[in-house]
Write a protein that binds this ligand. Structure first.
Ligand SMILES: Cc1cc2nc3c(=O)[nH]c(=O)nc-3n(C[C@H](O)[C@H](O)[C@H](O)COP(=O)(O)O)c2cc1C
Length: 198
């Protein structure tokens, strides 16, 4: 049985969340194809470590409690990583989560690699990225949280499933007039494409 860890980094109220609606649609269709797979939900809103920002006061103890989270990543075959754009990057919850699990010799290693390169240690993981942003694509080219997530998981050795699912323009017409459930439907062709390889 395949285990799928769904990491939700959206601070939006669940029923108003566009990224949540895309995730629900993706998982509904996934379940139809793989009814026996186990879905494990990790809501970063409820994870104390995802509320901790690295600073000079906690830098010696920051990673003390992280091993169970890394073990969780090593015990699953698939991850669905969900984050809206907040101020041109992933949410603070997602950044704090990644700041914890990006731990040398646990999820990546510099050993045996060429100068400047690292070796990802999460080789068995396939990651599907689901992102949203209020602005349509291209309004703020300096902010690309989807590429950030793709690069970060690939750095840890994971295979990125394509296409990543980005719902852009949730704060402008026509999507802002639609419920999250209706807006999510616009991604159906990409969801179907992504499910072929996930
Ligand atoms: C604090 C905050 C910062 C945001 N920053 C951006 C941003 O930099 N660029 C953007 O396009 N949208 C931004 N948005 C809009 C969200 O990305 C968008 O509304 C998203 O759909 C909300 O998350 P959800 O999809 O889970 O509902 C921001 C929203 C909030 C609450």
């Amino acid at each position: 049985m395949t285990r799928v860890l769904v990491i939700n980094g959206s601070p939006s109220k669940r029923e108003q969340s566009y990224s949540g609606a895309v995730t629900d649609l993706f998982l509904d269709k996934y379940h139809q194809l793989h009814p026996h797979d186990e879905i494990i939900n990790l809501d970063l809103n409820d994870l104390p470590l995802a509320h901790q920002t690295l600073d000079r006061h906690n830098s010696s103890s920051y990673w003390k409690e992280v091993l169970p989270l890394i073990e969780q990543l090593k015990k699953v075959e698939k991850v669905v990583c969900v984050s809206p754009m907040n101020n041109f990057n992933v949410s603070g919850l997602m950044k704090n989560y990644l700041d914890h699990v990006l731990l040398a010799d646990q999820t990546f290693s510099y050993k045996y690699s060429k100068k400047g390169e690292a070796i990802g240690l999460l080789k068995n993981l396939v990651v599907q990225i689901i992102t949203t942003q209020g602005a349509p694509l291209g309004w703020y080219p300096f902010g690309n949280h989807t590429a950030f997530l793709e690069g970060t998981w690939a750095f840890m050795g994971a295979k990125i499933n394509h296409p990543s699912l980005l719902l852009a323009g949730t704060k402008v017409a026509p999507l802002k007039e639609q419920t999250p459930e209706v807006a999510a439907q616009t991604l159906l062709p990409e969801i179907d494409k992504a499910l072929k390889t996930f």
